[in-house]
Design a protein around this ligand. Structure first.
Ligand code: FMN
Length: 340
């Protein structure tokens, strides 16, 4: 494949979501293959000392590359961790011509540009059971699983563990300093989480049981005396998200990469079906709450991602649209290897 085509495929791969929008990846392209490396310079030593969430992020980018290639008529064979336990080389993707792309290939590739993490409350409309079943089948194809958190005792346990983890995080100065270093106020920022993409109200006051990661607690404290809401206003519509836990049997780099690939597919399927999603990973950040989740939900295997999904609400014409997170230019993350 030509360099300009690789640049477009890598541009699609880098649309992948990543923890705190760290974009912890590097690519090297040759005529018939693409190599994916994790970039240790973009690590989160406090939140993610093992690199688990960063490998998951890279797995999503890998799958976005596979989808972008399929839409261009290329089949990709993925070799995971080609150097065994080699520290940074995560995958080699070899391509062969595959003929015309299918309608599904094209619609998933379109979803790459349309997908964004949506942290706002969702509409009061249930997620179709049939979509959840399809996501479970997609995840199984990667040797991973998707478990809807549907029973009320599971929901209560999960909500409790998220709140517990959020409380631990808000009391941890090292966590807060790391988070702050990835928050962005400049709308042109090429990485990090834009302030305009995270809810500014207290997440405890939202019309949902599910606690969105509080990116701006530090900023909000300066405005402690907010005006009370209009007491005559109707109560807010209660969202009806589906919350699913994604997991793997193992808990090593291969499992994390697989979890990321499955998550990449799941997010694109969700987007193509007209829904939106946001990860809620606080309870999985810390070994204590992650292990408790395993036991409270009687999981066989390891939780890797908690995802809230639903239908978006009609945009409020008076409210500013949420900011879209930036991406580093392709030239900063892609290197070409000479042929031969
Ligand atoms: C492994 C992983 C964990 C994440 N955890 C959270 C989270 O706990 N809360 C949240 O609001 N967003 C979370 N995100 C979403 C990222 O913040 C988001 O992908 C990034 O800021 C880029 O924005 P975008 O998804 O809109 O492109 C997570 C993403 C990944 C890949």
């Amino acid at each position: 494949m030509e360099e300009q085509d690789w640049a477009q495929v890598v541009a699609a791969a880098t649309r992948a979501p990543s923890i705190h929008n760290t974009q912890p990846w590097r690519f090297v392209a040759g005529p018939d293959r693409l190599e994916l490396f994790i970039d240790p310079g973009r690590a989160l030593p406090v939140l993610d000392p093992s690199g688990r969430q960063q490998v998951i992020s890279c797995g999503i980018a890998l799958e976005f590359a596979v989808v972008a290639l399929a839409a261009r008529g290329w089949a990709a064979e993925v070799e995971e961790l080609p150097d065994g336990a080699g520290p940074t080389h995560l995958a080699t993707l070899r391509i062969t011509p595959a003929g015309d792309a299918s309608v599904d290939d094209r619609s998933l590739a379109e979803a790459i540009d349309n997908r964004h993490t949506v942290r706002a409350p969702f509409a009061a409309r249930a997620v179709p059971e049939e979509l959840l079943e399809r996501l479970q089948a997609e995840a199984r194809a990667f040797g991973t699983w998707v478990k809807p958190i549907a029973r009320s005792e599971e929901e209560v346990a999960t909500v409790f563990l998220i709140s517990r983890a959020e409380e631990m995080e808000q009391g941890d100065p090292a966590y807060l300093a790391e988070l702050e270093s990835w928050l962005r106020t400049d709308p042109a920022a090429v990485d990090g989480v834009p302030l305009g993409a995270v809810p500014s109200e207290d997440p405890q006051e939202r019309a949902s049981n599910w606690l969105i990661r509080d990116f701006v607690a530090g900023h909000r404290e300066q405005h402690a005396f907010r005006a009370a809401g209009d007491p005559t206003a109707p109560p807010p519509e209660v969202e009806r998200p589906a919350v699913v836990l994604m997991g793997t049997d193992g808990d090593d780099r291969t499992a994390w990469l697989r979890a990321g690939r499955a998550l990449g597919r799941v997010l694109l399927e969700v987007t193509a079906a007209g829904l939106v999603a946001s990860p809620l990973t606080q309870a999985l950040d810390w070994p204590a709450t992650r292990t408790r989740m395993q036991s409270r939900l009687s999981l066989v295997g390891h939780p890797q991602m908690l995802l809230r999904m639903g239908y978006p609400r009609e945009p409020d014409p008076d409210a500013p649209s949420p900011a879209v997170s930036g991406r580093r230019p392709v030239r900063d993350v892609l290197r070409f290897e000479p042929a031969g």
